[in-house]
Structures are given as C-alpha cells and as structure tokens.
Design a protein around this ligand. Structure first.
Ligand code: GLN
Length: 262
C-alpha cells in the first residue's frame, strides 16, 4: 500500500435514504480509514447527479421509508443503472442497508401495492408485508466468504456475529445469483422465514442491519476498507489493527443479551 492512500466513496441519496443513523456507516468508514492514514473522500449522490462509477472504490446506500424509496427509485435505475451495475460486477465495494438493499434487487412491491423497480444488481426481490419486522438482530457472517479475491488479513477472525437493528415491512427473498451473508441468530432477517440475513454478490453486501451497523461491528468496517484498498492498490494491502476494545465489549454485551437462553 502506498504511503498515503486515498479512497473514494459515493453515498447514494443521503437525504432520502437515511434511517436510524445509517449515515453513521460512512462516518465509521472515514474514521477507521483516518486512524490508519487513509483519506476517504465522500461524494454525496443526489437525485439528478451524474456519476462516473468507475472512479469510485466504495459506495454506501442506506435505508429509507417507502416514500423515500419511491422518490429515488426511478433516478437510480434510469441514471445509474448501467454504470452502477457494471461497477458492481467489477468489484465495487458496496454496503446497502434495508431500503437500499431492497432497491439493489429486482423490485420492491410495497405493502400498499406500489411496485418500485430495482437496479437488478442483486438477485433478490422484496415484497412488503402487513406486519413490520422490528427489533435487535444478530447475524453470524463468515466474511472470508465475501471476498472475490485472496487478500491479506486484518487480524480479525473471519466469522463474526454482526449486531444491528431492523425495522422493515419488506420481505426479501434470495435467487440463485447471490450468496447469503449469514444466518440469523436473533431477530427476523431478510424475510422472517428462511433464516437468511443479508446477501452478497461480488463485493456488494446488502442486509437489514441498521444500527448504525459499522460503528457496532468494526470487523465488517475493516473488511470493507481492506477490500477497497485491494481493489485500488492491488495485493499486499493488509491494514494495521486498531484498538477496538470498547466496540467489542458493546458487541459482546448485545450478542450475549440477545442470544441468552431463557
Ligand atoms: N421501506 C422499507 C420497508 O419498510 C425499508 C425500511 C428501512 O429501510 N428501514 O421495508
């Protein structure tokens, strides 16, 4: 890795798509980069903005209400469809939460019967239900299986119990073109039925975990940074471990609380 590394992140529709502090994911990425001397340049992508997706290393797409999703779904598809799909196929490191995850799939049929078209980058589709799926959640993920490339470690074990908070009416179902991020150990997950929590395609991860997710789960934050560095600067991009004692204590407290057998 060069002495001064620089990564570029696109933040999709930060005004319309920002539930439960999802913006905190961008702050966590920027801060953990900064602590390592890596500059993370963040570009908000607002409705109407033209974007050269090939110029970005990372992207973040947060959750939103059905009404917020309806405002941007057409812009996402018409303006960014080919460019963003190509970048995802090319290994863009993208984290999408809840409403953002839904819109990366084929479609979202909302609870009120409106069909929102999705980008079709992830082989998933979503159908709204009458009962919202709400609560704290734990998903056991093997991050090693999310790599599209062999990259050096960051000192974390690859299996991690991700802690988050979910609140969605949409039920997301996986097709054969995605892998699961992990099993739901607590909470509802993608649809409350099949036990899957999140989906992965190349370096794109979609899941229902608000929280904000990344401040609560530094293992995933570092994993995304590592993937982006590898893609930008090539192999041998191991990153220095950081003290995460407080984050890990909070994570362990939540997992033991949520997984306690009564
Ligand atoms: N509006 C979507 C749903 O209710 C997404 C919600 C969210 O992003 N929290 O399923």
């Amino acid at each position: 890795m060069p002495e001064t590394s620089h990564l570029k992140l696109a933040h999709l529709y930060p005004a319309e798509m920002n539930c439960y502090g999802d913006r905190g994911n961008v702050i966590a990425l920027r801060q953990r980069c900064l602590w390592r001397g890596i500059e993370l340049e963040v570009t908000p992508v607002e409705p109407g903005d033209e974007v050269d997706w090939a110029g970005f290393d990372l992207a973040f797409f947060g959750g939103g209400q059905d009404s917020g999703q309806a405002l941007i779904a057409r812009d996402l598809l018409d303006r960014h469809g080919p460019g963003l799909r190509a970048a995802i196929d090319d290994g863009l490191v993208l984290l999408a939460i809840c409403g953002g995850y839904q819109l990366l799939g084929h479609s979202f049929l909302t609870h009120s019967g409106e069909r929102l078209p999705g980008l079709g980058a992830l082989d998933v589709h979503t159908v709204g239900g009458s009962q919202r799926l709400i609560g704290n959640s734990v998903v056991e993920a093997d991050l090693a299986t999310t790599d599209t490339m062999q990259i050096e470690g960051d000192g974390w074990p690859s299996v991690v119990k991700l802690v988050g908070f979910e609140n969605h009416s949409g039920r997301t179902y996986h097709g054969t073109g995605v892998r699961s991020l992990g099993r739901v150990l607590a909470g509802h997950g993608d649809n409350g039925e099949d036990g899957w929590g999140g989906a992965i395609y190349r370096n794109t991860i979609g899941c229902y975990l608000h929280g904000s997710l990344l401040p609560k789960n530094p293992q995933l934050t570092d994993h995304l940074i590592r993937l982006a560095l590898h893609r930008r600067y090539g192999p041998h991009t191991a990153i220095a471990p950081l003290d995460a004692a407080l984050e890990l204590r909070a994570q362990e407290t939540m997992t033991s609380r949520l997984l306690r057998v009564h």
